[in-house]
Design a protein around this ligand. Sequence first.
Ligand code: KG4
Ligand code: ZN
Length: 339
Amino acid sequence: MILAIETSCDETAAALISDQGVLIQSTVASQIALHAPYGGVVPELASRNHSKDLPSLVEACLSEAGVSVADLSAVAATSGPGLSSSLLVGDTFAKALALARGLPFNSINHMEGHLVSPFLPFGSDPIPAHLALIVSGGHSLLIHVREIGDYEILGTTQDDAAGEAFDKVAKLMGLPYPGGPEIAAHAERGDPKAFDFPRSMVGRPDLMFSFSGLKTSARYQLEKLPQPLDETMRDDFCAAFQEAIVDILCAKVAQAAEMIDCGMVAVSGGVACNRRLRERLTQQEEQADRRLLLVDGKFSTDNAAMIAYAAYRRRLAGIAPSSLHQDINPSWSLAEPIS
Ligand code: KG4
Ligand code: ZN
């Protein structure tokens, strides 16, 4: 049984996975309500609450699964990327437990967690080579995954991440934090053609993203509209903005999949639970005759199940555990070797 801890941002999470790759327990305590009044995550508040909540959360995770620390065969934690003070809480907790029990420790890259999350139902079955799209609050990544630990970053964002664009535009509109689910909910009732937004970087030969132009366009258009927006206008604005992001993501996925000539696409990260994105990708990939794996909605935003599964896949692949001297790395890129 592997115990994994995730505290890279504002979710305190623990999970247990069996030595056969079966998820046993996944416990998440969200700090959204704590940070909402500030319109974003306050790092000092986040780390102090991880420190306060993590011991009882781990206890609850173990006891709900009927597992004791004596049943653990390894401990894992997210060691980056993320907020340094938040990462330190989970990383240090996991290392202390590993040291006390004499267990192997795995330092896991948060983005590798997202990357393997669509494959959680696979258990110990092989993960085929594929194209991964990770769209979260901090990252927009297209990755050629050859095997666990062998990742080629094909494209990333030049400025804001897709989730960040959702959050910033929601803030401009006066919608609560986090803005992604808020915009998505309003978009359900809106007309995506009612406003015009740019599709930056689409049609270029490279696989880079840029979402800051979209945010600027949203600001200029909002300034010209009567405030506060009436309900129909707000729903239409959200639908048109969401459609632009979805168009860009779909176009880049198709371009990347053709470029590396792959038959499978896996999509993860907080934005991957966006209903419109899931619908459009499903249509597109069906037409292109590629297999599409969308992360289960409950594992799309931050959780420790994905960290446990990444640790499990590393152990299964025969990759050596990490040293307890391994530092956290707040800007750890997936392209950097993981020890
Ligand atoms: O993966 P995640 O939990 O955290 C990071 O690692 O960043 O992703 C959080 C992001 C936020 O920007 C949030 O607004 C966005 O995912 N998000 C969504 C939806 N649900 C969450 N964006 C669009 N539509 C959604 N339904
Ligand atoms: Zn994340």
